[in-house]
Design a protein around this ligand. Sequence first.
Ligand code: SF4
Length: 487
Amino acid sequence: MFHISDLKKYNRCRRMYCLDQFTPRPEFRPFVRLDQQVSDLVSRKLGITDPFVGQRGDDASLALQAMADHDWLIKARFEYGQLRIKVPFLHRNEDGWDLYFMFIGLYPHSNDMQFYCDTVWVLENLNIPLKNMYVVHLNADYVRGEELDENELFVVSSSFYNGKNHPTLPVEKAVRDHMKDISELLDGMQQGFADIPEPERSHQCSSRQKCRYYDSCFPEEKEQEDNSILTLIGAQYRYDMKKEGRLYLRDADERRIEGSRMQYAQIMADRQGGLYTDKMALRNWLGRLKYPIACIDFEWERYAIPPYAGMRPYDVLLFEYSIHTIQEDGTINHKVYLSIHDKREDFARGLIRDIPKEGTVLAYNAEGAEKIRIQELAEVFPQYRDELLAINDRMEDLQLPFESGMVYDTRMRGQWSLKKIMAMMDDPGYRDLDIQQGMDAVYEWRFLDEEEKLDENDPRVRELKEYCGMDSYAMTVVLDWLKQISS
Ligand code: SF4
């Protein structure tokens, strides 16, 4: 018996599909928090009464029997040709059935059609006549009041959305256009494999998310030298160049690189012994910074369904900040704030209090994170708007010298996260922490958030403060290094 997720893996890479049979699954830790039972909320939106509700492990004949005396089926399990599916919602419509898919996101696009097509393939092979097809998704414009309003929270769309997020492509047409007979595929899966297929590099290995077997499929990549041609960022032909014996950055074929500033910095770094610095540009950038310099870092949780008033679907809830402030004489002080539940206003007031009223505010990836978060706070709390936006006006992005190719050290190995740069400088900071990644911090916080009050003696509080504190501390170290190499 297979599920659509098995089919997806089999289609993506036969080797991955095989390895998955023998490898224990890592614990599922969602990036986005989803506390509510979505099917209950959608049931209320659709006005469903007296439904048949399928359960995990149901015999597939149950749902077929239920179609005789229920007008609505929720999460019903069906099987055909070894493929088992779970159908979000089915509704009787005279002599046929309307099919409702669920998309727990803002804009369902037609680029991931397998789930939709395979679901219809099973139902139609079971001779279930389908009439209309819809996708139920979250409403990007919904702003929660004190109570959650499921009528406003969800949209029932008969179309998929285009690249500009306009509903343009009818669901049924898209499904019909992409439908294929999958019997052969299922037969192939049924036969299994005599041996695990050899790894074959393709865009599937690292597109969207890096495959979890990548390091075991291509162990030599971990062993590559710091200045390997494979570290050349965004270079489409790097594997071809390596095959031809162009092993290092300095050997890159200039006719086959994209010519970005970063690639130039990487090649020059290798030609100059490991470090490239555009000193003029770096000095200009450093010259923009004014003391006191406040290095800030935030942590937050993201919710699919807004849990508090004023939030939209997929909004974030800020719960922690760390600020290392560097004075002109080199002294540094540190402030850290941590809360649970909804303390957004307290958070906003804390920022206004703890960030100096003058000087530069520095964040790493400021444009993609801290600046946006402050802008969001300013929208929710107009009473603090001016003071919050004044912080943004003084904000600079410490990532800029790296991402713009002002600086490259071959020890960065094609990456420029704060952790990577700290590791390159042999700083033990992150190595010694209990929490190692931003998402680990969020998972730890989820446990704290279940408590009624924040217990300062809880070891998780210390771990979270150390982790966020390390990010803003790391910025002071990186800034120091940039100053040294600019002279
Ligand atoms: S890394 Fe590539 S070849 Fe290896 S299992 Fe993943 S997708 Fe398949």
